[in-house]
Write a protein that binds this ligand. Sequence first.
Ligand SMILES: [Fe+2]
Ligand SMILES: [Fe+2]
Length: 261
Amino acid sequence: MTDQDPTQITGKTEPCLASEFDRVSLLLADAEKDLENSLIPPHDDEKALKGVITMESAHDPYTRIHTKRVAYYAEKLCLELGYNKNVADYIGRAVEFHDVGKIKIPTAVLHNKGQLTNEQYEAIKKHTTDGAETLLQNSKGYLSVLAAKIALLHHERLDGQGYHNVDGDDLPWYVCLTGICDVFEAMTATRTYQKNMSPEQALQTMWSQQLKANGKFFDPDMLQAFTKIAPDLFAEAEEKIPSIAEDDEDYYMRHAFPAFN
Ligand SMILES: [Fe+2]
Ligand SMILES: [Fe+2]
């Protein structure tokens, strides 16, 4: 699955994905402009997005648990960074949609336990553009536009070596924050295809990646703040949103449904 080690899927993006990124970026810029100019009346679009989450749960309940846990970490990291409760709550809700594009990735690829082919890597990278487009197709309210931005950019890095090689200066703070929570969750989640890391091992790995990237893999202040709270957050998440084994169908039914449970 893409998140088995999201930090490893980088490198040169194929031209077709690059043009896809440009196309979806324009859609997003238009939606942002419409919101700014009030062409789209502000509304609570969570209802409109509920169907997207239901699709994600049905396609891959495993991803659903992952996104819920990442959203939990993101909300808490916002608070740790000094944002107020309303902001933290809103960011958490938007982060929950960050991997929605995976509904277009065949489960055989998502759960591939072996080496992925180049084509499969490209398909996985595309969950960013697919996710942003799906969200915008469902709603163009504030939450959806914010979620689409996160979906599109959450695999970018400060050094510009992410999926779409976006310059680190162009990454909003909430995108950088999502990236940290996403990588940590991916490394610590229980997976059948790999042994999960302890929170301490995951943080150590993230810091060594940070070092290798000359301090420009993750936002350094955010990584510092997250390091302080991550072990406790992990314990909380294990209780509130337990990880699942891929073959535990009963668990899927209890925890992945209904949407927004
Ligand atoms: Fe992702
Ligand atoms: Fe993710």
